[in-house]
Design a protein around this ligand. Structure first.
Ligand SMILES: *Cc1c(COP(=O)(O)O)cnc(C)c1O
Length: 367
């Protein structure tokens, strides 16, 4: 095993991932699950995590190269490209690898119509129901379905939309009504819900759900913690104290005079900074767990280190374990203190951090 002087690790708990997938299964009321693994499985590592998602009916992602790599790893279930294809060449590639595609723009329908394929593919026609990002106009759905149905390139058709406001039932009502109206009389399976949708309205999430965030043990709902939803964090970012300073009252800590002591303060220095993916915008007071107890960020985040107030943790010393987020500290909380969102923090852990894969919180082997 290689030895690293730096003790910073992102621990990926596959048992938690399996558990969260079971939670989706319970909420989704018989729907098929397309587990969303874009952005390298939300920063957890696609090839580290996909074996734990084998119970899902398929995987959904943006990146064609990653989808092809999954096929090469003998992943045989459904793969869905969430932004579809951008050229005839790409379309040929995805049909060759039996990958399904979202079609969200009339131009993609035209590419399907003019490309000769050896193997037809499953197509998810995406409808813009008010998010105004991707999707065809609701009024165009029936006509485009007719064209897609007539195209020899299309093996099966699904209807899909994405909600920009699935956190509240009220926010989802108008788009759901638009989707229902656009799809009226069309006999194709539907795919609507992301994580927030699965949790808020499993009943109308569609025949195929597309959860991402909740699989990784993070709550997508502002008024509910992951714990209250029985979701378990998959990533724990762990480090150690590499120095301790006894600082007198009235002294500054770290760069730019962001933190000044008001009384004699013990400061712990943690090996983790913004070059590792810790948010540079984290404010004084952001929770950090040191030796199993709650400490707080004191001073600006540096490239390689943060400084924390450990005055109330007298047993803390060089080598004490530190948890930046994960098991006992929701990444949601760190994101809130940083003016960010959990998605960005999880995706932002950098290559400098060593990843270890565990089952049930124990370090089993290293990748
Ligand atoms: C990212 C994504 C999802 C998953 O969203 P979560 O909020 O992470 O559950 C679902 N559908 C589409 C189209 C997406 O791009």
């Amino acid at each position: 095993m290689p030895s690293f002087s730096r003790q910073l690790v992102a621990q990926i708990n596959l048992a938690a991932l399996r558990h969260n997938l079971d939670c989706v299964r319970q909420c989704a009321q018989g729907a098929q699950i397309m587990a969303v693994v874009k952005a390298d499985a939300y920063g957890h590592g696609l090839f580290r995590t996909f074996p734990a998602l084998s119970e899902a009916e398929g995987l959904a992602l943006m990146e064609l190269d990653a989808a092809i790599a999954l096929r090469r790893q003998h992943y045989t279930r459904r793969l869905l490209l969430l932004e579809g294809f951008f050229s005839e060449e790409e379309l040929r590639e995805i049909s060759h690898h039996r990958i399904a595609a979202v079609v969200h723009h009339p131009e993609q329908v035209a590419i399907l119509e003019r490309t000769k394929l050896k193997r037809s593919l499953e197509v998810f026609l995406k409808v813009n129901t008010g998010m105004n990002r991707l999707g065809v106009k609701p009024d165009d759905v029936a006509g485009l379905c007719e064209r897609l149905n007539a195209s020899p390139a299309v093996a099966a058709l699904r209807l899909m939309t994405h909600l920009g406001q699935a956190e509240t039932r009220a926010g989802a009502e108008a788009p759901l009504a638009i989707f229902k109206e656009a799809c009226r009389g069309l006999p194709y399976p539907r795919s609507i819900a992301n994580s927030a949708g699965v949790l808020r309205f499993g009943d109308v999430g569609g025949d195929i759900v597309r959860p991402g965030l909740m699989l990784y043990g993070v709550s997508p709902l502002p008024d509910q913690t992951a714990d209250s939803l029985d979701l378990r964090p998959v990533m724990s970012l762990r480090s150690e104290l590499i120095a301790v300073q006894d600082v007198a009252a009235g002294q500054y800590v770290g760069y730019s005079d962001v933190f000044r002591t008001t009384h004699p303060t013990r400061i712990g220095v943690v090996a983790c900074g913004y070059a590792d993916g810790y948010p540079v915008t984290a404010r004084n007071g952001t929770p950090v767990r040191v030796a199993g107890k709650q400490a707080t960020l004191a001073g600006r985040v540096s490239m390689d280190m943060i400084t924390v107030d450990i005055t109330d943790i007298p047993e803390a010393r060089v080598g004490s374990p530190v948890l930046l987020w994960g098991d006992d500290l929701p990444v949601e909380e760190v994101a809130r203190w940083s003016g960010s969102i959990p998605y960005q923090l999880l995706c932002g852990v950098t290559r400098r951090v060593r990843f270890v894969t565990t089952e049930v919180g124990r370090i089993d082997f290293e990748l």
